[in-house]
Design a protein around this ligand. Structure first.
Ligand code: 13P
Length: 253
């Protein structure tokens, strides 16, 4: 169906220039499947983007971790989509739960950001996911559908969108979703896209999983039919990120 495996590394708010250089040289030395098999995108903090872009191997790409919701201007502390385009940064992560929950980004605000970033020519990793309370209350699909709807209401071309399903309770906790839990939500999300956007968008949009992915659990998760890759936090700073990229090979089997 042409959904190329996608592995993103979200470095979050980590690293010094020296540490970043070390991670880049680790990545540059890693043996991974070809670009026909896997798309790799790493997302350093804004200040390190030019450094990483300059030093990173050419078959890996970079993403910003956020950008402003509209055209830049008098917005102190923000980074605009136009600036990312100007520096040839191809990707941006939007709607991460750490921003939704800590900074109060609403579904609508995230939807506006996704639409604006796409309109400027960026590719978007759009994050959705429920909290533990929401899962325990049985509202997981309602929550991720509402988050996805706010994007769908504002976006018509999905070809530059990757959806990252990241259950909040699995992020940074070591409590990874079971392969069955991930598959269930990914499958439901795909059905939602089919019913509410189109069969083609449902069939072609990559839905990747994030939350305590590591070198040990990536193959089984990646083997699920609706899991098209990962968004990796903590383990993306370590050599095991190479093993996670290699998990793309499970799709060949
Ligand atoms: P961890 O892999 O550290 O759980 O983080 C996942 C994440 O939030 C990626 O965006």
């Amino acid at each position: 169906m042409g959904r190329k495996f996608f592995v993103g590394g979200n470095w979050k708010c980590n690293g010094t220039a020296e540490e970043v250089k070390k991670i880049v040289s680790m990545l540059n030395g890693g043996q991974v499947p070809s670009q026909d098999v896997v798309e790799v995108v790493v997302s350093p903090p804004f200040v390190f983007l030019p450094l990483v872009k300059a030093e990173l191997r050419s078959d890996f790409h970079v993403a910003a971790q956020n950008c402003w919701v509209k055209k830049g201007g008098a917005y102190t502390g923000e980074i605009s989509a136009e600036m990312l385009v100007n520096l040839d940064i191809p990707w941006v992560i939007l709607g991460h739960s750490e921003r939704r929950l800590i900074l109060g980004e609403s579904n609508e605000f995230v939807g506006d950001k996704v639409a604006y970033a796409l309109a400027q020519g960026l590719k978007v990793i759009a994050c959705v996911g429920e909290t533990l309370e929401q899962r325990e209350a049985g509202t997981t699909m309602e929550v991720v559908a509402a988050q996805t709807k706010a994007i769908a209401d504002r976006v018509s071309d999905w070809s530059n969108v990757v959806i990252a399903y990241e259950p909040v309770w699995a992020i940074g906790t070591g409590k990874v979703a079971t392969p069955a839990q991930a598959q269930e939500v990914h499958c439901e999300l795909r059905k939602w896209l089919q019913a509410n956007v189109s069969a083609d968008v449902a069939a072609t949009t990559r839905i990747i999983y994030g939350g305590s992915v590591n070198g040990g659990n990536c193959k089984e998760l990646g083997g699920q039919p609706d899991v098209d890759g990962f968004l990796v936090g903590g383990a993306s700073l370590k050599p095991e990120f190479i093993d996670i990229i290699k998990a793309a090979e499970v799709k060949k089997a």
